[in-house]
Design a protein around this ligand. Structure first.
Ligand SMILES: [Zn+2]
Length: 249
């Protein structure tokens, strides 16, 4: 039985994972998906997430939650990593991740729709010598490695291949610039042939005459997560292609 105090807890008002309202319910905590324990099981009928909910945890802000099964669809990328793999989270931690996860999902959606204003694109003043004066910087990514791309086999990893350079990557509405330790590298957005991301890193593949290269960056605190990095680059590239389509009479 769910008493009134428990029914009013945030995880029962709306799903912390997918944010659907009224889709979560508590069940007896026994032998669901092979795991059990003394804690009630919280299930969401919208996203299918299943978590253990400790409703009596004064030291954790009244309740705490541990996700045991989550939906790994791409729209849940952020919460899948931070809620799905975290173990027990206090009320405060879970609510903060849930809020950030919602904002991240909205940003991914906006970006796919071609809305980049949330990135506050800006011209650098003064622009670096390699940049056109009218170019706006959409993202600046730290600790980026530039590698030669070896033939992609089953065991291929983006952190393999001879390192050509490393440094700071500027993403503008026209180009990618790596301000490297050895030299500066410049590529038209149209040189990008593929963009990939996983839990902890993103990779941009470039196809230039005579050489396959890729830029690789790890998830850095206070920087956009790999899914957003990849989405911004793909959407900027799509925008460039659309504008060049219009330029053809
Ligand atoms: Zn849900």
């Amino acid at each position: 039985m769910v008493n009134e105090a428990v029914a009013s807890l945030p995880p029962l008002q709306g799903c912390l994972y997918c944010h659907a309202e009224g889709a979560t319910a508590l069940a007896e905590g026994r032998k669901i998906l092979g795991f059990g324990g003394n804690f009630p099981i919280l299930k969401c009928s919208h996203c299918g997430s299943i978590a253990q909910l400790d409703t009596d945890a004064p030291a954790s802000g009244g309740w705490r939650i541990r996700y045991r099964h989550v939906n790994r669809a791409s729209q849940y990328y952020y919460v899948a990593i931070r809620l799905g793999k975290a173990g027990w989270l206090s009320a405060q931690e879970a609510l903060a991740i849930s809020t950030d996860g919602y904002a991240q999902r909205v940003r991914v959606h906006q970006t796919k729709e071609g809305d980049f204003l949330w990135l506050h694109p800006a011209r650098l003043s003064p622009p670096p010598p390699f940049m056109n004066a009218d170019e706006k910087v959409y993202m600046t990514l730290k600790a980026v490695t530039c590698r030669e791309t070896p033939p992609r086999t089953l065991f291929w990893r983006p952190d393999r291949g001879p390192v050509l350079d490393s440094g700071k990557l500027y993403v503008t509405d026209q180009n990618l610039y790596l301000l490297g330790q050895r030299r500066d590298w410049s590529n038209d957005l149209e040189d990008i042939c593929d963009v990939e991301y996983e839990d902890t890193s993103w990779t941009i593949f470039l196809e230039t005459p005579g050489q396959l290269r890729h830029y690789h960056g790890a998830n850095v605190t206070d920087q956009l997560d790999p899914q957003l990095v990849a989405t911004v680059i793909e959407s900027l590239q799509a925008k460039t292609e659309t504008s060049s389509d219009f330029a053809i009479p």
